[in-house]
Write a protein that binds this ligand. Sequence first.
Ligand code: SAH
Ligand code: SF4
Length: 348
Amino acid sequence: MLYLTEPESLGDLLPNEPSYRTNQLRDWLYTTPVLTANEMTNLPKPLRDAIDPQHWPFDLDIEQTADRGQTKKWLFRCKDGSPIESVLMGYANRTTLCISSQVGCAMGCTFCATGQFGFDRHLDAGEITAQVAYANAFLATTPLPRSPERVTNVVFMGMGEPLANYRNTTESLRRMIEVMGISARSITVSTVGFVPGMWKLIEEPWPVNLAVSLHSTIPSERTKLVPINKRYPIDDVVEAALAYYKAKGRRISLEWTLIADENDSDEEAVGLARIARYLSAHVNVIELNPTPLSMDRPPDHDHVRRFVGTLKREGANVTLRDTRGQDIDAACGQLRLRAASTRDPQDG
Ligand code: SAH
Ligand code: SF4
């Protein structure tokens, strides 16, 4: 599989070809990606035919469209049958791809479809990077209406906890930034608060953005929603986030999935605003997208407004995030759940 090989080692796969072929191939994979090897027009036809089955580390299983064509959701299947979800979102001045870092997730957040599924395996650095390359190959022939024709922003907010798959996540960052040329400042790693990974990320050379999924500031409540809080308590998460902000000068964002009667009280809003002020962070509030395996629901709109109003009054910078692609189950892990429930189990 071409993307499973380091970009610098592609030559090993072409021992009988002149070295400029390696550069041509690397460009087709990372600089100007194409959906099929047959479109790699400066490679000889026999070579295109030979590499075609090795091209992508996954096949497209399901493609869905929402928001009048501005949102695309893909469910890919790896060669071992593992699902990978990516969501492409077009805006006026940016095209953002939300990518997965693991198949499933071991963190077990109760409200998250991926967490409910449990952990299967890490994604390889190539499987992470290939999601971005695929989106660029797709956009080259089918751009989203009124949005940049390349991926300008990447967020690690699909399936998985990227910092629990540290080596592959950082190797994929290296490929995106140093080989594909995506600006580190346009990439956001989202973490549930995997503290050792947060400290390690400080040591990496790139100023990527860090989003921290808090969901509660009350330790017992946070442990209920985010079980890993037991191992990495919120105070340690906040200290690591502060260190990241100081080291990189990149404003932290705090993610808050708002759930009725769980984390939507005034007390939570006040506590969240206090942490946001302490970190000079930006708060993103997102209404829960209900999942089949949980009774949790988002609060009604008045209550959401009240929560956001309290945050603002308490001095927090806050955005109520739009819930892109709700009609296509675009939240974390949900397309996969649907695929699983509509598929004959024997189909794999
Ligand atoms: N594991 C990382 C990144 C993937 S989850 C993390 O937790 O940050 C990305 C974001 O999706 C998180 O902020 C998470 O809280 C949010 N999310 C998960 N399930 C959701 C749901 N059902 N509705 C709304 N947001 C959800
Ligand atoms: Fe994992 Fe993030 Fe889902 Fe929690 S919210 S289970 S950390 S993917």
